[in-house]
Design a protein around this ligand. Sequence first.
Ligand code: EPZ
Length: 434
Amino acid sequence: MEHYIVQGGNPLSGEVEISGAKNAALAILAASIMADETVIIENVPDVSDIRVLVEAIQSIGAVVEHPDRHIYHINGALIRDLPVDNELVRRIRGSYYMIGALLGKYKRAQVALPGGCAIGLRPIDQHIKGFRALGAKIRLENGMVVAEAENLHGAHIYMDVVSVGATINIMMAASMARGTTIIENAAKEPHVVDLANFLGSMGAKIKGAGTDVIRIHGVEHLHKTDYVIIPDQIEAGTYMFAAAATRGDVTITNIIPKHMESISAKLSEIGCEIKESDDAIRIVASRRLQATNVKTLPYPGFPTDMQPQIAVLLGLSSGTSIVTEGIFENRFKYVDEMTKMGAHITVESSTAIIDGVQSYSGASLYAPDLRAGAALVMAALAANGISRIYNIHYIERGYEDFPDKIRSLGGEMVKVNDGAEDSDAMRRMMLKVI
Ligand code: EPZ
């Protein structure tokens, strides 16, 4: 089975460049089909969720060119009324953005019900509520969401829960509805703002993205654009935490420090040194860190997508920490794996109580989902001895070149392909170990 082998113990040090934001890219790639001209999207991360969505976009007739690893040209003029469906589409969450994009443009969409990481129930009632308010009829048929409207019209929509996905989906459909839509209690995440900026660059009229009230005045057509996706807040945060867990000194570059505030603040609070410049942050952790409490919340709160990473870090800090998950119901599945490494974590409903230990020890670990998988790699980098991390397809959904980037920081991590345990990198690493 493909897996990572990690030899722990090296403090990470050096510079790492952060890739484009996966969750912004998923929304923006889906929205790109709303124009009948060629849209150019740059800084797209090369991760598996993106490749699956691009295949889905192609499968319904959009013309896609991929002139560079991080650039896509997409033209949605020739799209046919085909269902967006295949086994892979059903596994990713981002496929549901095709509903908003197709419904907005063609007033009809048929998209397989979304999958994504198993971190909670993840209903789509708020998306459906929004589409219905815009005048669409929605039915669920053979595992597909079928949305149809004679015409879409503006509406005043109050979201019952703050949902990134529903805010994005409604924003896309409303961009091509007649009249004005107001989304109240909207999500404020950086990727919501990035999508609004992208749609704006295609001619959409959107105000207030980044606040909890978004106003969208529908237009008839969207046009071509050339757009650069923002850096990935969560990838950046993961490297910051990996630096802290290994007591390293790492500068993350190509980021927007403002997006990192809740993450940087926690790191300084527990004893790291943080130095910010215009598009980089240096993090230095020269001693053992201290315990703290944290609760995940919608942006600008501490992100749920950093919850496993902070738990791994606090597991090595002195004292008792409490981590409360405020967004998803089932996001502590990695704790059993951490226990194998010697962590002292007990979970009671949505709270993890963490008694910091001096060190972790290497183990065979199974990633339960994307972010928890990255957190287990972090733990392995900080641990004594060798760890093997399985189920890495989860991690590859969202981290571009993870082993290469970790190795460039002095960490020892290799991906072992089926039957290729004797790869050069592996041999080099094992020689060091023995
Ligand atoms: C997005 O998921 C991200 N995924 C997730 O990232 C991220 O964890 C999450 O936002 C929160 O920041 C993508 O962008 C593709 P939500 P999404 O709708 O849109 C409830 C990663 O690792 N809810 O903001 O699915 C829901 O159950 C992934 O990159 C409803 O009740 O999240 C949850 O409790 C994992 N009804 C809360 O709202 C709805 O209709 C927030 O979910 C929609 C959501």
